[in-house]
Design a protein around this ligand. Structure first.
Ligand code: NAD
Length: 266
């Protein structure tokens, strides 16, 4: 088991990629704090883990709210007494607009969840890791953090920002001599989750924009973006998160690792 006796906090752990990470971490021996903004989903994931014999704590948390994040830290420390791994996974894709036609409120909301959420959670949990002199911070960015994403400028900017935070944090940890704390990002390609296939989400929006069907968007536009011509499954991202959280990855820090079936090469 790669994460025996570790305590992991996973934001956005209520479904999709975050839920897969919760399960994969638990299977490797970690105790899990499931944190997301939808109470029913958080309770469901934690309940399923507990029923399978793992230790899991549900904490409904909106990552844009520092008070709720402080509560998340308190609940984590009260139940488990430490935090070894923080996965900043909570995210939204936002609505699609050409930049000059963007809705300012929605643009700001995407930045607040994806970028401020990562910043607030990291700022709140890092002091615990510094006290422990060990830790793992894993930020779920995107291939949109490395390349253009037309009609999705807020998301693209937020994910570029997440990679920037990751690299800067890793450099700061090095400057502080904290060599047992690493910070890395994972950049998934288009993944098979609600964010893609949910009602009114990416496939529906692109289909409306391109005046075609969601099926045609998937087959003709999305899948060909990767050289394997396929979607990423949440479990594939979770596998990389397990590796980055493990002792095997202690020399990997400040990296933005693509899990994208070959859609980006840098
Ligand atoms: N699905 C993709 O194609 C894809 C590709 C690259 C990167 N990503 C990234 O992976 C991460 C997970 O996405 P997913 O595809 O599983 O999406 P999803 O919509 O299935 O899950 C998102 C999770 O984040 C939570 N969340 C949203 N806003 C929140 C907030 N303000 N506070 C707390 N929790 C909040 C949701 O409740 C949910 O649990 C996101 O950061 C996303 O940007 C997804």
């Amino acid at each position: 088991m790669k994460l025996q006796d570790r305590v992991a906090v996973v934001t956005g752990g209520g479904r999709g990629i975050g839920k897969s990470i919760c399960l994969a971490f638990a299977q490797e021996g970690a105790d899990i704090v499931v944190a997301a903004d939808i109470e029913a989903e958080v309770e469901e994931v934690a309940g399923t883990l507990e029923q399978s014999g793992y230790k899991a704590l549900p904490v409904t948390t909106n990552v844009t709210n520092p008070d709720e994040i402080n509560h998340l830290v308190e609940e984590t420390m009260k139940r488990f007494g430490k935090v070894d791994i923080l996965v900043n996974n909570a995210g939204i894709v936002g609505k699609r607009f050409f930049l000059h036609e963007s809705d300012d409120r929605l643009w700001r909301q995407t930045i607040e969840v994806n970028l401020f959420g990562t910043y607030f959670c990291t700022k709140a949990f890092l002091p615990k890791m510094i006290t422990q002199q060990r830790g793992r911070i894993i930020n779920i960015a995107s291939v949109s953090g490395k390349q253009a994403s037309p009609t999705n400028s807020a998301y693209c900017a937020s994910k570029h920002g997440v990679i920037g935070i990751t690299r800067t944090l890793a450099a700061e940890l090095g400057l502080l001599g904290l060599t047992e704390i690493t910070a890395n990002a994972i950049c998934p390609g288009v993944a098979d989750t609600d964010m893609l296939t949910g009602k009114g989400m990416i496939l529906d929006e692109l289909a409306a924009l391109l005046e075609t069907t969601p099926e045609a968007v998937l087959e003709e536009r999305i899948k060909p973006m990767s050289i394997q011509r396929r979607l990423i499954q949440p479990e594939e991202v979770a596998g990389m998160a397990v590796y980055l959280a493990s002792d095997d990855a202690r020399g990997i820090t400040g990296q933005a690792v693509n899990v994208c079936a070959g859609s980006v090469f840098y």
